[in-house]
Design a protein around this ligand. Structure first.
Ligand SMILES: Cc1cc2nc3c(=O)[nH]c(=O)nc-3n(C[C@H](O)[C@H](O)[C@H](O)COP(=O)(O)OP(=O)(O)OC[C@H]3O[C@@H](n4cnc5c(N)ncnc54)[C@H](O)[C@@H]3O)c2cc1C
Length: 463
């Protein structure tokens, strides 16, 4: 049985940044990282748009699992803010949270991100224009690495760590047990072979969204309290890049919130990808939509995409917000075989989009989705809110409400249940830490990475 000082479960940003920081603080610390997915260069999604057009449900999904975690092929937008992306600040304080996110940014710059643009909403005239139309622009600095640079940074970080850290890829952890001497025993299936046990003094669990079901079972076995979280449901909007250029050129990503007149629900923009592409996402077999864009101008498209989301949080008597989101996504999967696309004009006229109508329009979709009718999938209240928001955005970015604007559905942001942890992100069991999106506390690259650094520093200070 192999012994480690620290075992990390999951090699997403949370796991990577904990390992990186531990390595910086101690020359001889023994670290083992267990990861369900592959190393970065072997992560390959079979969808090529030609022979394989739709998700074929690989297990594990190469987009969500492997070195770099769920964000490895993402747009690499590191938002430095406490306004969104998680509630890490509630645990560690606003100042420290920002300091750690800024620190993560310096590491990303050191390992290949240098030269990328840091956008900021500070002093933006655009904030005033938004307010004139009942739209609220949230404050943030955004480092846009781009999908290509984000990949390089991850590869460089891996190269830096690989000789100092034992990486176990294709090795999902099945069980975590507390031993009598307060150490932790981890059971993992190493490269799909027989289960093996490993022991450590300290255990950091950072399994992200894809590890949510497993995380729930660990919390149940170890009697760690969890509470339900919200789910965000909506669509991905795609339109000609020119429509949003005035906003994206200045801010790149703008998080804009709107309160609907009809229901007083909040609708917000999310994950804006100028000149980007719409992609599918597979969470535990459910196909939803997402988007990304490249830093390299040669890989730019003619379109910009962003999500419009409405949050729902169920508590009594139905508690499982994620199940609600899953059911809506399943309905779209059932009707469209995956993601559905509809022209805004068709939605407003109450007609489904067809292949012919999409082909006749002036926008070329960047994702091959099934033309259909989103009103058969989305709850009325959510769809009404999205339509209201599109008309509101049309006032600051005329053309948003054009007939040809494409809506892909559904986009669902699932959040893990919130795990009970303290200000050190430590559970009630000493030296067992739960960080990143798997804790329900973070929902973004910057917050998840910062949570890893926070825990690593605490471990080093208390060694
Ligand atoms: C397509 C896409 C685009 C995105 N774009 C952005 C963006 O631009 N900006 C942003 O801020 N956020 C973005 N996000 C969200 C961001 O990727 C996540 O918030 C972030 O990756 C969370 O980091 P994490 O380390 O907590 O978890 P993850 O990145 O999910 O990593 C967890 C890792 O744990 C592994 N794992 C799970 N269970 C086990 C187990 N039992 N044993 C071993 N390993 C396990 C998984 O395989 C995974 O690799 C995007 C997400 C997606 C899917």
């Amino acid at each position: 049985m192999k012994n480690y000082d620290v075992i990390i479960v999951g090699a997403g940003p949370g796991g990577i940044f904990s390992a990186y920081e531990l390595m910086q603080g101690s020359k001889d610390i023994k670290i083992g990282i267990f990861e369900t997915g592959n190393c970065l260069e072997k992560r390959k999604c079979p969808i090529d748009g030609k022979t394989v057009k739709k998700c074929v449900h690989c297990n594990p999904c190469a987009i969500m699992n492997g070195f770099g975690g769920a964000g490895a092929f993402s747009d690499g937008k590191y938002n430095i803010t406490n306004e969104f992306g998680g509630t890490l600040y509630e645990y560690i304080g606003k100042k420290r949270a920002i300091e750690l996110m800024e620190y993560v940014d310096t590491i990303n710059m050191k390992y290949g991100g240098e030269g990328t643009h840091l956008y900021s909403t500070a002093n933006s005239e655009f904030k005033r224009i938004c307010l004139q139309h009942e739209l609220h622009l949230l404050d943030a600095s955004v480092r846009h690495l781009g999908t290509d640079k984000n990949y390089d940074v991850l590869q460089n970080l891996y190269n830096e760590m690989k000789d100092r850290v034992d990486f176990f890829f294709n090795s999902p952890v099945k069980d975590v047990r507390i031993l009598d001497n307060s150490q932790y025993e981890i059971t993992a299936s190493i490269q799909g072979k027989e289960d093996e046990q490993f022991v450590c003094d300290k255990c950091i669990i950072s399994v992200g969204r894809s590890g949510s079901k497993w995380m729930e079972s660990v919390c149940k076995n170890l009697d760690i309290y969890t509470s339900s979280n919200r789910v965000d449901i909506g669509v991905r909007v795609e339109l000609p890049a020119e429509v949003f250029n005035p906003i994206t050129d200045e801010l790149y990503e703008s998080k804009i919130v709107y309160m609907t007149e009809k229901y007083q629900d909040k609708v917000r923009t999310f994950c804006m990808n100028p000149k980007g592409a719409v992609v599918t996402e597979n969470t535990n077999g459910i196909i939803t939509v997402n988007g990304h864009s490249y830093e390299n101008p040669e890989l730019h498209t003619e379109n910009t995409n962003f999500a419009l989301l409405v949050s729902k949080h169920f508590t009594e008597p139905f508690k499982d917000s994620n199940e609600y989101g899953e059911s809506i996504a399943k309905l779209s999967n059932m009707l469209g075989g995956g993601v559905i696309v509809q022209r805004f004009g068709d939605l407003i006229r109450g007609q489904r989009s067809t292949e012919k109508r999409i082909n006749r329009s002036f926008i070329t979709p960047t994702l091959s989705a099934t033309p259909g009718d989103l009103s058969l999938v989305m709850p009325k209240r959510i769809l009404d809110g999205i339509i209201e928001m599109i008309y509101a955005l049309d006032k600051i970015a005329p053309g948003t409400a054009n007939d040809d604007t494409l809506l892909y559905g559904v986009e669902v942001k699932f959040y893990n249940m919130e795990v009970q942890i303290d200000e050190h992100l430590e559970t009630k069991h000493k030296n067992l830490f739960i960080i990143g999106d798997g804790s329900g506390v973070t929902h973004s690259l910057s917050h998840a990475s910062a949570s890893g650094v926070h825990v690593a520093r605490y471990i080093l200070e208390n060694a």
